[in-house]
Design a protein around this ligand. Structure first.
Ligand code: NAD
Length: 320
């Protein structure tokens, strides 16, 4: 299969590309480093992909409609995994335009390009943030109309736009609501890697609200597996559209995640306490029954094992 992946140099994109290439698909990876939150992390991931047979990199900004459409027309992808986005909930208040440009206007360009190129299936990243002020565990049919930050609002907007494209144009679309993804080659701005690096280097780590916030930590290998399983099974309903949770299905307090890191690294964390942050959800975890029903798969890696694998990756990287 010829698959176009946006955000290919990003954390999840990198893992999805590796898996697609591993099973023999051809991958056109799209990314734009000027839009990246961490260029070094992106370049390191891309360097690994560039050495792999079947991978082609295209440095295109998804908000550039003509360039994107030209790329689709030239490459004729059969399926698209759209992961490029302005990510993270905290900056959304201070840089709102960046979020709407990439996540809303950019998403519209992706939909248009898919329609013109007659793509057979668009799988795109949504987020658990769409559940906002709701009560977990979250099921896909719960109301998702009270986001707590602009990032969550842009992701919900994507789901609504995709539904309209599926209805009006018959474009098969699947939105994946990812829950706190962590693992090797992870995002340097997210707690798992921020904490791991601080602890490994003897620096203090900042815990908001005493680390009582609970998250559904989902190992990236499980996320990549879920993306491929969904990609291979386009929705068949009318309209051909669906949203699915991708989470492990268990709430773990951030302070317990830190304890697991302490055990893995064999160090004691120096904690700095700060007040809880506005715009962050207290607790999120997924009901994964719809994913299991549609794909026969549910995430397999419990956080104890995932943290051990994360620490092992970090050790191996440092050892060179
Ligand atoms: P990431 O920041 O590592 O990857 C996003 C990639 O998109 C980056 O490489 C960035 O350079 C690229 N990008 C940004 N703007 C672009 C543009 N205009 N044109 C082309 N490329 C652009 O993030 P990630 O954690 O891999 O997230 C992937 C997707 O999953 C995102 O849509 C994100 O919102 C969603 N998501 C992630 C998580 C998580 O826990 N990591 C949770 C929920 C949802």
């Amino acid at each position: 299969m010829r698959v176009l992946v946006t955000g290919a140099a990003g954390f999840i994109g990198f893992h999805v590309c590796e898996r697609l290439l591993g099973r023999g698909d051809r991958v056109v990876g799209v990314d734009h480093f000027a839009s990246s939150l961490d260029v070094n992390a992106g370049r390191a991931r891309l360097a690994r992909l560039l050495g792999t047979r079947g991978f082609l990199f295209q440095p295109v900004d998804i908000t550039d409609g003509p360039a994107l459409r030209e790329l689709f027309a030239h490459e004729q992808p059969q399926a698209v995994v759209h992961l490029a986005a302005r990510v993270g909930v905290r900056d959304a208040g201070s840089e709102p335009r960046r979020y709407t440009d990439t996540n809303v206007t950019g998403f519209l360009q992706v939909l248009e390009a898919c329609r013109e190129a007659r793509v057979a299936h668009l799988v795109y990243a949504s987020s658990s943030s769409v559940y906002g002020a709701g009560t977990p565990p979250f099921r896909e049919d719960a109301a998702a109309d009270r986001p707590l930050n602009l990032y969550g609002a842009t992701k919900r907007a994507n789901e609504l736009m995709a539904h309209a494209a599926s209805y009006q144009q018959g474009l098969p679309t699947s939105g994946l609501r990812f829950f706190t993804v962590y693992g090797p080659w992870g995002r340097p701005d997210m707690a798992p890697l921020l904490f791991l690096r601080a602890m490994a280097e003897g620096r203090p780590l900042v815990l908001h609200g005493e680390g009582g916030m609970r998250r559904d930590f989902t190992f990236v290998d499980d996320v990549a597996e879920a993306v491929l399983r969904v990609l291979d099974r386009p929705p068949t309903g009318a309209p051909p559209h669906r949203v699915l949770n991708v989470g492990f299905g268990r709430a773990v307090a951030l302070r317990d995640f830190v304890t697991l890191l302490e055990q893995g690294l064999g160090v004691s964390a120096r904690r700095e306490s700060r007040p809880a942050q506005v715009g962050e959800m207290d607790a999120t975890w997924a009901d994964t029954s719809a994913l299991e029903r549609e794909t026969g798969f549910r995430p397999q890696v419990p956080v104890e094992e995932g943290v051990a694998r994360l620490v092992a990756w970090h050790r191996a990287l440092r050892a060179g």
